[in-house]
Design a protein around this ligand. Structure first.
Ligand SMILES: Cc1cc2nc3c(=O)[nH]c(=O)nc-3n(C[C@H](O)[C@H](O)[C@H](O)COP(=O)(O)OP(=O)(O)OC[C@H]3O[C@@H](n4cnc5c(N)ncnc54)[C@H](O)[C@@H]3O)c2cc1C
Length: 378
């Protein structure tokens, strides 16, 4: 395996063109914190975008930021915080994660349920396709409605469409006050019902999550008097669940961090990320819990992080039955060699996805069989 570390877009283009000419394969990486995702032992040279780093434009008044794709997420969080702003979709990742990796992995934190996902905040990008051409899509302004919405397409594309070299994101003011209401000792049914009711109340809840047997959490963001009024409303509306404890941002931070990636769950077990309709989520996972599964729920019940040894077919079947999907987020190499990380799509959708990939990458330079679905390009 050769590690390529291009320093600019031209070098990315040259490397992709060389691979194209020589029939080579390239695994795109940013911070390379998620190499252990998908099939192991990928036979490809690595194209690291980490050196394409730095904020190019940041206009706090316009709420728009453009950065090279290899810019560390931590750097963006620091720069926006210094202006009293933030990436509202709460991206997260291990130290070294880059914004290109976050976009390509489609990563959004607990606030997704109110602020939207990364795909709702990516305004535009520059990238190098599998043809070795660089192209731009979207724009550097919030109001932009021309052409195909390619920014939506690259979010969650996992390095299969193009190498992102630059991204433009919407930023939002950081809420001055942030309080978490925490109801303890609720059983699963009551915990999920509380999340649903909290999201229905006119309190503009920022996030709502459930830690089984421990707590249901609802976060309220905004200006102090507004948070106080909404807290009072929610406490009254949900009084049959008991009186909540109230945590400030500092006290609640470790809880939210453990929820957004299932970090609170047994690290030695395979970890699944189930995306489910919140109403069906509990029924969908009930058979998995009976098999020994343990979980935490985010996004008001729409996102379940679940650890379970074995029973992979049942996990996938339960997710599909509820109209959702299950991603194998973490597992030993032998399991990742056997089970595709991404939920298999229906044949028609899979054929469409493949055609879209071929449009960006006709010779399959970026097809490294990470997802066990395309050993050879068409
Ligand atoms: C299902 C799931 C599970 C996750 N599990 C964890 C976890 O256990 N721990 C954790 O810390 N984070 C996890 N994350 C968060 C996420 O993977 C990281 O925040 C982010 O992707 C890491 O950034 P990176 O730069 O290190 O990416 P990398 O590990 O370098 O790459 C991640 C993916 O993005 C692609 N990519 C990277 N850069 C680019 C680019 N410039 N252009 C095109 N494609 C690119 C790669 O090809 C790869 O498919 C998870 C996310 C998801 C969706």
């Amino acid at each position: 395996m050769i590690l390529h570390t291009p320093q600019n877009t031209q070098e990315v283009r040259d490397l992709v063109s060389d691979a194209l000419a020589g029939g080579g394969k390239l695994e795109i990486t940013g911070g390379a914190t998620r190499l252990a995702f998908g099939a192991p032992d990928r036979q490809a040279d690595r194209l690291s975008l980490a050196a394409l780093s730095g904020i190019l434009e940041y206009d706090p008044a316009e709420l728009v930021l453009t950065a090279r794709a290899g810019t560390a997420l931590a750097e963006l969080n620091e720069a926006t915080a210094a202006q009293g702003q933030a990436l509202a979709f709460e991206p997260w990742g291990a130290a070294g994660s880059t914004i290109g990796g976050v976009v390509a992995a489609g990563v959004s934190g607990p606030r997704r349920v109110s602020a939207g996902a990364v795909r709702d905040h990516l305004l535009g990008f520059e990238a190098v396709s599998g043809r070795g051409d660089s192209f731009r899509a979207g724009a550097k302004v919030v109001k932009n409605v021309t052409g195909y919405d390619l920014p939506k397409l690259v979010c969650g594309s996992w390095g299969r469409l193009a190498a992102l070299t630059e991204v433009t994101l919407k930023v939002l003011p950081r809420p001055p006050e942030c309080q978490t209401l925490l109801w303890r000792g609720l059983e699963d049914e009551a915990g999920f019902a509380l999340l649903r009711e909290a999201m229905r109340q006119p309190v503009d809840a920022a996030a709502a999550s459930y830690l089984p047997g421990h707590a249901a959490l609802v976060r309220l963001d905004g200006f102090g008097p507004s948070v106080a009024a909404r807290k009072a409303h929610l406490t009254t509306a949900l009084e049959r669940y008991g009186l909540p404890d109230v945590l400030d941002a500092h006290e609640a931070a470790p809880l939210w961090a453990s929820l957004r990636d299932g970090a609170a769950l047994a690290p030695e077990l395979p970890l699944w990320r189930l995306s489910l309709p919140p109403r069906q989520a509990l029924a969908a996972i009930a058979p998995l819990l009976a098999l020994g599964g343990r979980y935490v729920a985010d996004w008001a019940g729409g996102l379940i992080w679940l650890v379970l040894e074995g029973h992979e077919d049942i996990v996938r079947a339960q997710a599909a039955l509820a109209g959702g999907h299950a991603t194998l987020a973490r597992a030993p190499a032998a399991l990742r060699a056997r089970i595709p990380a991404l939920h298999p799509q229906p044949p028609a959708i899979e054929a469409l996805s493949r055609r879209v990939r071929r449009a960006f990458d006709p010779m399959g330079v970026f097809e490294i069989n990470r997802f066990l679905d395309e050993p050879n390009a068409d």
